[in-house]
Design a protein around this ligand. Structure first.
Ligand SMILES: [Zn+2]
Length: 124
């Protein structure tokens, strides 16, 4: 076993048979009581290990590891353009609705235009 000299602090390798007795430190020659061997864990059972630290929250470590990428405008992919078109068509539809509500266009005009826009939306 390994004991530490209480006088000089030197680490001493001590014969297990001498534990619990008095000995003399080979370094400083001063006598000291050799502590008894600590109770060994029962065989077949591993000594308790210090549990690993809990994993850091993913979001936090991710933020530290890789800073958020700069926000870039979305690329003009097909789906993006499609959704843009859809939004535009919807806006037009709303405009048309307003025009009709204000009596600026007739019901017939509204229905005609609405069908045109809806047809386009269906194409998208
Ligand atoms: Zn010593």
């Amino acid at each position: 076993m390994i004991a530490r000299c209480p006088h000089c602090g030197k680490k001493l390798k001590i014969n297990d048979k001498l534990t619990g007795k008095r000995g003399a430190c080979p370094a400083c020659k001063k006598p000291f009581a050799i502590p008894p061997v600590p109770a060994k864990p029962p065989q077949g059972q591993k000594p308790a290990k210090t549990p690993p630290p809990p994993p850091a929250p993913l979001s936090q470590s991710a933020n530290i590891a890789q800073p958020a990428p700069p926000t870039t405008p979305p690329k003009a992919t097909d789906s993006y353009q499609q959704s843009q078109t859809l939004l535009e068509l919807k806006a037009k539809l709303k405009q048309l609705q307003e025009l009709k509500n204000e009596g600026l266009i007739s019901n017939g005009d509204f229905e005609t235009k609405k069908k045109e826009i809806l047809d386009k939306i269906m194409e998208v």
